[in-house]
Design a protein around this ligand. Structure first.
Ligand code: ATP
Ligand code: MG
Length: 203
């Protein structure tokens, strides 16, 4: 049995941060699974501004990543999308995301959802100690990455197994660039949006 932190009477808000370039079914399954396991009222997807981990690479325009995230989540009444990181401008630090979201949602407990690869990087993030006071962290399994809370604060992190989808945005971009299909890796509307906007062609 997974230990589920409870905040009596408080709204339970999941936060799924990502570049979402493009959003794919790995992101959606992780969010859906955590929402069910942790009895979340809502999961807000937060596309990054200009991500510092990836500043050496070209990242698609924030507006394209935002719209793909909206398209992918629109049919789920529990899912929403926030522009806070995009509208803040500049590189996104998760500490800012969580500070802003907790100020905007004073009635809620925050649950930050992150894949095994990102979880293992947390201690390198800005203001790492403060992060755990703002949200409970939920690390989810991801094929090819070890899920561990080594070095992370006890009680601050839960580890959960989600259905394994060996999908990455990097692979999706590479497929589009090579003319290979991304059907069933990303939602249908995202396939069509990528095509309409001619994303990832020149890579
Ligand atoms: P890229 O290849 O561009 O890094 P990505 O597929 O890793 O893209 P991100 O936007 O970087 O997607 O990831 C956002 C969050 O979703 C991260 O916490 C990441 O670990 C998690 N995540 C991404 N893909 C999966 C997956 N297939 N299964 C579980 N978690 C995932
Ligand atoms: Mg990634």
């Amino acid at each position: 049995e997974q230990e589920v932190p409870t905040g009596r009477g408080k709204r339970r808000l999941g936060v799924m941060g990502g570049t979402f370039d493009p959003i794919h079914h790995g992101h959606l399954v992780a969010a859906s699974e955590v929402a069910a396991l942790f009895h979340l009222d809502e999961v807000v997807f937060v596309p990054t501004g200009e991500p510092w981990q990836k500043s050496h690479k070209a990242v698609s325009a924030p507006e394209d990543r935002y719209l793909m995230t909206v398209i992918a989540t629109a049919s789920n009444p529990q899912f929403s999308v926030s522009r806070i990181d995009i509208d803040r401008g500049g590189p996104t630090y998760t500490i800012d995301t969580l500070r802003d979201l907790s100020a905007l949602n004073a009635d809620a407990d925050l649950f930050f959802i992150t894949g095994a690869d990102a979880l293992s990087q947390i201690l390198t993030w800005r203001d790492a100690e403060e992060l755990f006071g703002l949200a409970h962290f939920i690390g989810v399994t991801r094929p090819g990455h070890d899920l561990t809370d080594d070095g992370l604060p006890k009680g601050g992190v839960s580890l959960v197994e989600v259905p394994a989808l060996a999908i990455s945005s990097t692979d999706c971009r590479g497929r589009v660039a090579q003319g290979d299909p991304v059907w069933y890796l990303v939602p249908d509307g995202v396939v069509r949006y990528i095509d309409k906007r001619q994303l990832y062609r020149g890579e």
